[in-house]
Design a binder for this molecule. Structure first.
Ligand code: HEC
Length: 126
């Protein structure tokens, strides 16, 4: 009997975890389709690697380029090395500030993912 209860509980816990991860995927933010390709690529990286931890910053609503041009300088038009977003990403360029992202235990960005963000920012014009 005890064994049965343990198995049942394990099943309930497992099922709820799976449901959570499913809803996580469904919630994933959709980029504004009127935006340019460079931003769409950068947004894909941000969506895959950053946004799930940054809900409190409402980054999932930052589906347009202009949303990232925040007062605290997340993105500085035309200059990836001066953008806080980039300075915070491990090994992505600029002078590192603060804790390097993505926070562990998440894996570091690949060079390609990093480039998707820096090329988008560098392509922006004032
Ligand atoms: C595993 C969770 C996690 C992931 C993934 C993650 N971050 Fe963070 N990030 C945090 C936490 C926690 C803080 C707040 C602590 C701090 O400021 O050092 C933070 C802070 C920041 C800040 C400073 C906050 C601000 O608004 O000034 C920036 C910028 C940032 N992260 C960028 C990124 C980027 C870009 C990525 C993806 C490449 C990323 N983060 C992925 C957890 C995460």
């Amino acid at each position: 009997m005890m064994q049965f209860i343990v198995i049942l509980m394990a099943q309930i816990i497992l099922t709820s975890c799976f449901q959570q991860s499913n809803s996580h995927t469904k919630d994933s933010a959709q980029v504004d389709s009127s935006e340019g390709v460079a931003f769409q690529l950068a947004f894909t990286t941000l969506n895959n690697e950053c946004i799930y931890c940054h809900h409190h910053d409402h980054w999932s609503n930052y589906t347009r380029e202009a949303d990232w041009l925040t007062e605290d300088g997340l993105v500085i038009v035309g200059s990836a090395v001066d953008s806080l977003l980039v300075k915070r990403i491990h090994g992505c360029g600029g002078t590192s500030v603060g804790r390097q992202m993505p926070e562990s235990p998440a894996e570091q960005l690949t060079d390609q993912e990093c480039a998707s963000i820096t090329s988008w920012i560098n392509s922006l014009e004032q």
